[in-house]
Design a protein around this ligand. Structure first.
Ligand SMILES: C[S@@+](CC[C@H](N)C(=O)[O-])C[C@H]1O[C@@H](n2cnc3c(N)ncnc32)[C@H](O)[C@@H]1O
Length: 277
């Protein structure tokens, strides 16, 4: 019997727990040994290799393949986004690390355009198939380090969920800065990660301590502190930064400042002009 068949026989509560463990990196089955030898920054190789078939991709993304659970979890993330940063029918929404479109399936019906960005072209192929019925869905491949294919000031909402734990800190910050660049003035960005300062996050951290150092897979999940994420948002230039601690998770969001009104813009150079000698 396959892993997936076994998983389907578990009661729903156990399935969700199992899925959550996988979502945050505590896989229920050993990770492919070759991943131990890869560098953590080889995002493209790592994530393409686990996403050749749709079921493999779903397992890598979430630890389950059950479509009902996919829909429920996707709707949960959509509700979190709508309540924290708002998503409306005129919004262009972009997800960094979009997986197979778990959240995109719930957002596409309520926004103007949903753009799924992922480092793994295989993941993007699954999104195009799964969300083929939507004409407002687009996919964009990233290098793993930036959003260079996305124009400046072209998006209203940027988010990344269950992704930062797999990234180096420098790349977390790079995506937050890139989010700022591609957002229109007044646009919103939200990210999450496991919060090491929470009891559940600490338990998660301790469980990962048990992995022998030389057996750590390249994509092993690493936590954040609220201060780390707040610092990235502040340094990148966001305003109205808020943080929500939700069990295992620290959710951080902020807004790109609105463009100055034309009158203010016109007044600014005059104020800064050097005094005539
Ligand atoms: C755990 S999955 C989460 C997928 C999706 N956000 C969800 O919640 O269903 C992590 C995703 O991030 C992508 N990813 C990993 N590293 C990345 C990087 N450096 N840049 C962009 N995407 C990345 C993976 O290919 C994978 O699709």
């Amino acid at each position: 019997m396959s892993i997936q068949d076994n998983a389907k026989r578990l009661p729903i509560g156990r399935r969700i727990l199992r899925a959550l463990r996988s979502l945050v990196g505590l896989k229920n089955e050993p990770l492919p040994v070759e991943h131990v030898k890869l560098n953590r920054s080889q995002y493209k190789t790592i994530w393409n290799s686990v996403s050749v078939s749709e079921n493999d991709a779903k397992m890598a993304v979430s630890g389950y393949i059950d479509e009902d659970l996919y829909r429920q979890m996707g709707e949960g993330t959509r509700d979190m986004l709508t309540s924290f940063v708002g998503v409306g029918p005129d919004d262009v929404v972009l997800e960094i690390g979009a997986g197979v479109g778990r959240v995109g399936a719930a957002l596409a019906p309520i926004c103007k355009e949903w753009i799924g960005v992922d480092v793994a072209e295989n993941m993007l192929g699954h999104i195009r198939q799964r969300l083929a019925s939507f004409d407002n869905v687009r996919t964009v491949a990233s290098s793993g380090f930036d959003l260079s294919a996305v124009p400046d000031a072209s998006v209203d909402v940027v988010y990344s969920t269950v992704v930062f734990m797999h990234l180096e800190e420098w790349d977390r910050y790079s995506y937050i800065k890139e989010g700022f660049r591609i957002l229109r003035p007044g646009g919103r960005m939200l990210v999450d990660n496991v919060d090491i300062t929470s009891d559940l996050g600490w338990k998660f951290f301790e469980e990962h301590c048990a992995v022998p150092p030389l057996e750590r897979p390249a994509q092993i999940s690493k936590t954040s502190t609220p201060q780390e994420l707040e610092t990235y948002f502040t340094r990148a230039g966001y305003e109205a930064i808020e943080q929500v601690r939700a069990g295992l998770w620290i959710i951080t969001y902020g807004r790109k400042p609105a463009a100055p009104a034309p009158a203010e813009e016109a007044a600014a150079p005059a104020e800064e002009a050097p005094a005539a000698s």
